[in-house]
Design a protein around this ligand. Structure first.
Ligand code: SIN
Length: 512
C-alpha cells in the first residue's frame, strides 16, 4: 500500500534555478508553503549550476529591453511568442538585480555597475557574469542559501516524480514520488514541473546526464500539450575529451576573440558565415560538425585571445582542459557540438500554466514561447528566474483538486536500452537530420517501447525521445536548431503542438 500525504502548497519537481525561484515566489506572503523534490542533492544534477555564460539583460545605459527583444526574436527564427519575449526582456533587469540582492556575486566595475560581456547574436554587451565562467554555480549557491533559510520551503532530496496524479477530470492533483526508494502519493493544490531539459537523451551533452526529459515525458503521459519538441540546441564547443557529460568551452571565449581552426591550424569559420566565430550558434555547430565529419577536426584556439589569463578569467574551462591534459593557454581545445538546451517543452501560458489544470511548468522543461526555434545565448537562466517567479505566484492561488485516480509508477529504461537510445538520438536527431535517419530512430524507439513498457506504460525518457523524433520527422524544413539535410529551406513558420493520447491501447504520437 502506497503512503499518501497532503501538502498545503505547490509541489515543485526539480531544484534548478526555475524550481527554486518558483519556491521562493510561492512562499512570499503570509501562509505560502512549497515542497521541492530534487532527485539529487541541491546544486548537483541541474543544468543551472553548470551555466558558464551568465544572464542576458538590458542592464546598461546603451541597451534597452526592446533591443534585447529584437535579438531574441531574430535568434528564434520566426517562432518566438513576441508577448513572452517582451515580458522576458522587460522583467529581465529586475530579475538579475533580485538575484544580486540574494547574494549572487555578479562581476562589477569599480563604480558598482555590472560588467557586461558580448556573446554571439547579441547586438550589445549584456551578459552579466560571475568570475568569468562561474555564473550558474554562484547564482545557485545564493539561491540555495536563501531557500535553506526559508522555513516555509521544504526540500526533499533523493526524491523523483514517478507519475502525475490526476482526478477524474484530468486535473493534476499531486504526484506519485519515489523518496529514498519508497513510493508516496503527495496530494497538493498545484504541481510545478521544473525538471530541466533533455541532454541526457543524447550521446554527447553539456548538461548533467540524469537530466533526460523526465518531466516532459510525465507531462505528456498525463495528456499535457507539448510544444516544439523538435527544437534542440547544440552548443558548438563542448570540449571533446571523451567525457560524459562533455565539459563546455563557453561561447564567451569566442566573444573574447578565440578562433576555430581545423587540425592543420586553418581558421575555417569564414567559409561558413560572415560573422565567423560570432555567427549564430546553430551555424557554428553545423560548421564544426562538417569539419569533423570531413576528417579535418575542430579546435578552439584561445591561446592569443586569452592565453595566460585563462586560470582567473575562465577557471572552469581551464580546469576541465587541464584535467584532460590540454593546456588551453598554449594549446587549441578539441571541440565538438553537444546537446545543450531544449527550446521545446510543456506548453505554458505566461504564468507557467499548462493545458492541464493544476499543472504548471517553468524553466527548460517549459515552452513559454521565448526561445522559438533557437535560444539566444544566456537567455536561459533569465527565463528560469522570470518565469519561475511567475509560475510560483500563479500556483499560490490554486485550491486542492479531487480524489486521485489509481495509478502505477512509470518504469525506468534499463541502462543498456538507455545507451542504445542515446546513441540513436545523437546519430539521427542530431545537428543534421533527414527523413531516413529520423525514420530509423523512430523504429529504434518503437522497439525499445515494445520491449521495455511495463504496467506503468513506457519510461518518460522514452516518451520524451519519441516526441523529439516524431516532431523532427514531421517538420519538413530547416529552422533554428532543427536542420534537415533533405529540406534545407526555411518555409513553415508555425509552431508544433502535440498531445500524447495515453488513453488508447497503443500510444499515439501525432505532430499537428
Ligand atoms: C555558454 O557559455 O556558451 C553558454 C551560454 C548559454 O548557453 O546560454
Amino acid at each position: 500500500m502506497t503512503d499518501r500525504v497532503t501538502f498545503d502548497g505547490p509541489v515543485i519537481l526539480g531544484a534548478g534555478l526555475a524550481g527554486l525561484t518558483a519556491a521562493l515566489s510561492a512562499t512570499q506572503g503570509a501562509a505560502g508553503k512549497a515542497l521541492v523534490l530534487s532527485p539529487t542533492p541541491l546544486a548537483t544534477g541541474c543544468s543551472s549550476a553548470w551555466a558558464q555564460g551568465g544572464m542576458a539583460a538590458a542592464l546598461s545605459d546603451e541597451d534597452a529591453p526592446a533591443l534585447h527583444a529584437a535579438d531574441t526574436l531574430a535568434a528564434g527564427a520566426g517562432l518566438c511568442d513576441p508577448h513572452a519575449v517582451e515580458l522576458l526582456t522587460t522583467e529581465g533587469p529586475a530579475a538579475v538585480r533580485a538575484l544580486a540582492a540574494l547574494g549572487a556575486p555578479f562581476d562589477r566595475q569599480a563604480d558598482g555597475q555590472f560588467v557586461l560581456s558580448l556573446e554571439a547574436a547579441h547586438a550589445k554587451a549584456r551578459v552579466a557574469r560571475v568570475g568569468g565562467d562561474g555564473a550558474g554555480a554562484a547564482i545557485m549557491a545564493a539561491v540555495i542559501a536563501t531557500v535553506r533559510a526559508t522555513p516555509a520551503i521544504k526540500v526533499r532530496e533523493n526524491a523523483r516524480a514517478r507519475r502525475l496524479l490526476q482526478d477524474k477530470t484530468s486535473r493534476v492533483v499531486g504526484v506519485l514520488a519515489e523518496i529514498d526508494g519508497d513510493l508516496v502519493e503527495i496530494l497538493a493544490p498545484a504541481v510545478i514541473l521544473a525538471t530541466g531539459g533533455v541532454g541526457g537523451l543524447y550521446g554527447i551533452t553539456t548538461t548533467p546526464a540524469q537530466v533526460r526529459g523526465e518531466g516532459l515525458g510525465l507531462a505528456a503521459l498525463a495528456g499535457a500539450e507539448i510544444a516544439d519538441p523538435e527544437f534542440v540546441q547544440f552548443h558548438p564547443t563542448a570540449i571533446d575529451i571523451g567525457k560524459d557529460p562533455a565539459p563546455l568551452a563557453t561561447e564567451a571565449l569566442r566573444g573574447e576573440g578565440a578562433v576555430l581552426r581545423d587540425a592543420s591550424g586553418r581558421a575555417f569559420m569564414a567559409d561558413y558565415h560572415p560573422a565567423r566565430e560570432l555567427a549564430p550558434r546553430d551555424v557554428v555547430a553545423r560548421a564544426i560538425h562538417a569539419e569533423r565529419t570531413a576528417g579535418r577536426g575542430a579546435f578552439l584556439d584561445a591561446t592569443a585571445a586569452v592565453g595566460e589569463h585563462f586560470p582567473h578569467e575562465f577557471p572552469a574551462v581551464f580546469a576541465a582542459c587541464m584535467g584532460a591534459g590540454v593546456d588551453p593557454r598554449v594549446q587549441p581545445i578539441p571541440v565538438t557540438p553537444a546537446v545543450h538546451y531544449h527550446m521545446g517543452g510543456v506548453a505554458t501560458d505566461l504564468d507557467g500554466r499548462t493545458s492541464l489544470p493544476g499543472l504548471l511548468a517553468a524553466g527548460e522543461c517549459a515552452a513559454t514561447g521565448v526561445h522559438g526555434a533557437n535560444r539566444l545565448a544566456s537567455n536561459s537562466l533569465l527565463e528560469a528566474a522570470v518565469f519561475g517567479a511567475r509560475a510560483g505566484r500563479a500556483a499560490r492561488d490554486l485550491k486542492m483538486g479531487g480524489e486521485p485516480l489509481a495509478t502505477t509508477r512509470t518504469p525506468d529504461l534499463p541502462d543498456a536500452a538507455l545507451q542504445t537510445l542515446r546513441q540513436a538520438m545523437s546519430r539521427d536527431a542530431g545537428v543534421i537530420r533527414d527523413a531516413d535517419g529520423l525514420a530509423r530512430l523512430v523504429s529504434v524507439l518503437d522497439g525499445l517501447e515494445a520491449e521495455h513498457a511495463g504496467p506503468g506504460g513506457p519510461a518518460p525518457t522514452l516518451v520524451a525521445a519519441q516526441l523529439i523524433a516524431r516532431a523532427a520527422l514531421a517538420r519538413q524544413e530547416s529552422r533554428g536548431g532543427h536542420f534537415r539535410a533533405d529540406f534545407p529551406e526555411t518555409v513553415a513558420p508555425h509552431r508544433t503542438f502535440l498531445t500524447l493520447d495515453a488513453s488508447q491501447a497503443a500510444l499515439r504520437y501525432a505532430a499537428e
